[in-house]
Design a protein around this ligand. Sequence first.
Ligand SMILES: Cc1cc2nc3c(=O)[nH]c(=O)nc-3n(C[C@H](O)[C@H](O)[C@H](O)COP(=O)(O)OP(=O)(O)OC[C@H]3O[C@@H](n4cnc5c(N)ncnc54)[C@H](O)[C@@H]3O)c2cc1C
Length: 325
Amino acid sequence: MQNFSITSPSNLPAAAAAGQNSDTAFIAGGTDMMQLLKNNVITPSKLIDLEKLSLSEIKSENGVLRLGAMATMADVAAHPVVRQNWPAISRALLLSASPQVRNMGTMGGNLLQRTRCLYFRDTGFACNKRAPGSGCPAIPGDSRDLAILGTSPHCIATHPSDLPVALMALDAELELLTPEGTTRRMSLSKFYRLPGTTPHIESNLEAGQIITAVILADQAIGRLSTYLKVRDRTSFAFALVSAAVALDIEDGLIKNARVALGGVGTMPWRVHQVELALCGQKPSDRVFELATLRIGEGAQTTEMNAFKVKLAQRTVVRALQAISA
Ligand SMILES: Cc1cc2nc3c(=O)[nH]c(=O)nc-3n(C[C@H](O)[C@H](O)[C@H](O)COP(=O)(O)OP(=O)(O)OC[C@H]3O[C@@H](n4cnc5c(N)ncnc54)[C@H](O)[C@@H]3O)c2cc1C
């Protein structure tokens, strides 16, 4: 591990200003950052600790939920309002990592954890995401866990986090603080970037910008929502495929549907075509099965990960069955 210094600013503008230098990185719970530093995947010379910035409040007001960026995964998962009004979020968090990691890991950190692609995490391999232009050995290599949607000839790394899949389905917004001291909102759907020719640029967060909160607007649809995760082990493993689903059913018909996938995309993946196919229908196994046939549209698979198309279809069907039963 390369030597680094660490500072703990006590106010947001100072933290954002310090974070503008290309050689610096923010650290929240440190559960991903420390692994990346230890393995020399990233080598900043200065870390800016966000712990003293009072960003851990979870607040529900007039139906709007505000999750401070430093709120821990454990605290958000256990919060009574989250459990009641946005169960998909609570479940996505409870199915993430381990109790110890959830006690440290934060909202901001989870949104920005780096891919678990083994070629990215091992500096013995080339990787366009880690060393732009060096190549992508994952494409002809071990691609079983990697993405089938949103890929490019330069990168097929999967986005690893569970939480943003649920947030994507529920139209979350992020509150950001710029180094100039202004606060702005960005829809989560605009936050992540597809790899294209620049897989090392993963989000539209600019240098020095700090995520200060995740915002969920008042919406009935969150209440009938869930998150289902399929993985090789039943705990402490990343998703092979996961699904966040939500339904608004009125007079026996689906008025509004939300479906997002994890484990299959280079970013958390919303599947609008499935949502459209569900709307106006009476919930049934047949309706769910037909709608989810559209999941494979646009998928670029390898021999090793082609199974994810069918697995994703079945995962979404099971999740929809669970909330409509
Ligand atoms: C063994 C293990 C198993 C795991 N399993 C899962 C799993 O199944 N599902 C899952 O989703 N996750 C899993 N994780 C990942 C874990 O959830 C993340 O490491 C954690 O969420 C990261 O949060 P953190 O606060 O520790 O972030 P850090 O490690 O401190 O930071 C991560 C990144 O976020 C940036 N960052 C943090 N906060 C902000 C902010 N407010 N503004 C701007 N940038 C910020 C940092 O600069 C850094 O780039 C696992 C981790 C481990 C170690």
